[in-house]
Design a protein around this ligand. Structure first.
Ligand code: ADP
Ligand code: ZN
Length: 617
């Protein structure tokens, strides 16, 4: 075993005694150690990786204050409640609190009692705040959501640019910048703008090992969704839709089927959005149906599923949105309903863009997304490679393709030849849509205008539907059996095409999707149970969950502030019947043991006695 220094030993004991966790996650120990040595650090870790602990533990060990800068004002109060529930002295200063509270908090900070202070950057820049901080002494400046400093990120905040000045004002404070945005460009911007050239960089893996990825052909989305939801009774989840109208419709449909679902999109008033978000976070509503407007800064750890009702615009969005599932590390399921109609919808929006460069980029992103959805390899390979990491395992065992491998067993030589012949006979001047029309013997005007009804290839490919042909064409392009001109999508022959037309090559590929009315297929019911958490007493879990909700409502905090799901699951598996036993459960630190220990031990005992009696009768 590696020898630990004093700092780390202390950090380890805080991890166990305050947070109730047994071990550090990857990079946490290294990052905490660096911060404690007062060396600057940049931490890049996916959502749910455990970034917060990297400033929380040092904050408890420093004499002075730890300032946490974040743009997410709405989240700060919950973060503070969470800290307080662990017995940490944390406060917030922002526009969401009353004047009285604001002054009160300033007093607390001045007294030196506060260890952690959450602030928006604009608050931090205020002269009275700067003066207050100078007199109290700051040991650590944590910059959360550090990508906001970069114009290349998805959430640029000009105020973040001024944080460098703050660093100069507090030279004794170590700087810890953190983000879940992985692109190198953003990373460089953070380093340059915060003057972090000497900082140690910690980059965690972006593989979310507890997420199950599944993509099924979209046929009857509502029925498919209802079918999927059967597996998640009483469990929180998000359903992403393309448009506001779709969100409203689906919300109504789900409610009429007995689900408690709420809507979230930019067309709702601030107040409604806030109310709905709050209800979701507090487990008052099970499902959030939303556009992409929802999610930034959602800290809810127990989101058990994310459904993409429509195709996301690009892989980055898909990764970010699915990433909101399973922050607590417990298995969670990501389902994408993949319909070819959605491609056209997104294309339509891309076509509306006026900037050509932007249009091309969006086009390429969409193609990558479609390629991903159609791919037969482990879902993790393209996803993780996209973020510049390499995924070396051949399969993950936790995605649809690994569990039900699709193989390139379809002999598409004949289809390829027909298509290439059609390209050739029409003079290499057309895109896929027209070529498919010709092959399927369509009556489209454009076919007759060009006299293509007289070609020998006219009507030669009726065995496939338009969708199936499109699926095949995408494979032709992926295999580079054809070239595509960027601008109008004209398809042209290349040297590979000639090889095939000359009978030299056989072409194998994925079989085109069969068009059914009701899929239900693809979703293997056993996979869900196989990856559900270890066996535990569901009855007890319900009892504990209800108690947690009651306590949370009384304190006006989200339930996860009391205990995360994982703690309740462990309790329902182990049935601890003394406080001593309870203290060994995941997430039960000293403060929580003191506050909730008796209540939970009593509940568990009563439940155990009851089941024993039942068994004896
Ligand atoms: P991030 O900010 O990177 O998205 P969080 O800091 O919110 O992630 O952590 C995600 C979840 O993981 C939280 O519920 C947190 O308490 C938990 N967590 C963090 N570190 C550990 C650990 N070492 N062991 C167990 N759980 C942890
Ligand atoms: Zn896989």
């Amino acid at each position: 075993m590696e020898k630990m220094n004093n700092n780390l030993e202390k950090a380890q004991s805080i991890l166990k005694n305050v947070f109730g966790y047994d071990a550090f996650r990857p990079l946490q120990a290294e990052c905490i150690d660096t911060v404690l040595q007062k060396r600057d650090a940049l931490l890049i870790m996916p959502t749910g990786g455990g970034k917060s602990l990297c400033y929380q533990i040092p904050a408890l060990m420093f004499n002075g204050l730890t300032v946490v800068v974040s743009p997410l004002i709405a989240l700060m109060k919950d973060q503070v409640s969470q800290m307080k529930s662990l017995g940490l002295e944390a406060e917030v200063l922002n526009s969401s609190i009353s004047f009285e509270e604001y002054d009160m908090n300033k007093l607390l900070i001045r007294s030196g009692q506060t260890k952690l202070l959450f602030m928006a950057p604009e608050t931090l820049m205020k002269p009275d705040i700067l003066e207050m901080l100078s007199s109290t002494g700051v040991d650590c400046l944590t910059i959360d959501e550090a990508h906001c400093i970069s114009e290349w990120g998805h959430d640029f905040r000009p105020e973040y640019r001024r944080l460098k000045e703050i660093r100069e004002r507090f030279p004794r404070a170590v700087c810890l910048a953190m983000t879940a945005t992985a692109t190198p460009r953003v990373r460089e911007d953070i380093v340059a703008n915060l003057d972090l050239t000497k900082a140690r960089q910690f980059v965690a893996s972006f593989n979310r090992t507890n997420l199950f990825y599944e993509i099924i052909p979209k046929s009857q989305p509502l029925l498919q969704t209802l079918d999927f939801l059967k597996r998640f009774r009483n469990q929180s989840g998000i359903i992403y839709c393309f448009s506001r109208r779709q969100v409203d419709e689906l919300t109504d449909d789900l409610n009429s089927h007995g689900f408690k679902a709420l809507a979230y999109h930019a067309g709702l008033t601030d107040e409604t959005r806030h109310r709905n978000q709050e209800a979701f976070i507090r487990d008052d509503a099970q499902i959030m149906v939303a556009t992409i407007a929802f999610g930034m800064g959602i800290n809810k750890p127990n989101v058990r599923f994310v459904v993409h009702y429509d195709l996301p615009k690009n892989l980055e969005s898909y990764y970010q949105e699915t990433g909101r599932a399973g922050r607590d590390g417990i298995p969670a399921h990501c389902l994408l309903l993949f319909g070819y109609g959605d491609i056209a919808k997104i294309r339509y929006f891309i076509d509306q863009k006026t900037d050509e460069q932007e249009q091309r980029v969006a086009q390429r992103h969409l193609e990558a997304m479609v390629h991903y959805a159609e791919s037969g390899v482990c879902r993790r390979i393209p996803l993780i490679t996209y973020f510049g990491e390499s995924y070396t395992q051949p399969e993950c065992g936790l995605c649809d393709n690994c569990l039900n491998p699709r193989e390139q067993t379809f002999d598409m030589t004949l289809a390829t030849k027909k298509f290439l012949a059609c390209v050739s006979r029409t003079g290499q001047r057309f895109g896929a849509t027209h070529l498919i029309d010709v092959l399927r013997g369509s009556q489209q005007q454009r076919v007759f205008q060009n006299g293509h009804q007289d070609l020998d290839v006219y009507g030669l490919g009726k065995e496939f539907t338009v969708k199936q042909w499109k699926f095949l064409v995408r494979q032709f392009l992926q295999k580079r059996l054809l070239d595509k001109e960027e601008e109008f999508g004209v398809l042209k022959l290349n040297s590979n095409s000639l090889e095939i037309l000359n009978n030299k090559e056989m072409v194998q590929g994925y079989p085109p999707p069969v068009e059914t009315t009701m899929s239900g297929g693809g979703t293997d019911r056993t996979t869900a149970s196989r990856y559900s958490p270890e066996r535990y007493d569901q009855g007890l879990f319900e009892v504990l969950r209800r108690k947690r909700k009651e306590l949370a409502d009384k304190k006006n905090v989200p339930p996860y502030v009391i205990f995360p799901d994982k703690s309740l699951i462990e309790m329902s598996a182990v049935l601890p019947q003394t406080k001593e036993e309870l203290s060994k459960i995941f997430g039960v630190g000293a403060k929580k043991l003191e506050t909730y220990g008796d209540v939970f031990v009593q509940l568990i005992k009563a439940y155990a006695d009851q089941t024993r009696e039942k068994a004896q009768r």
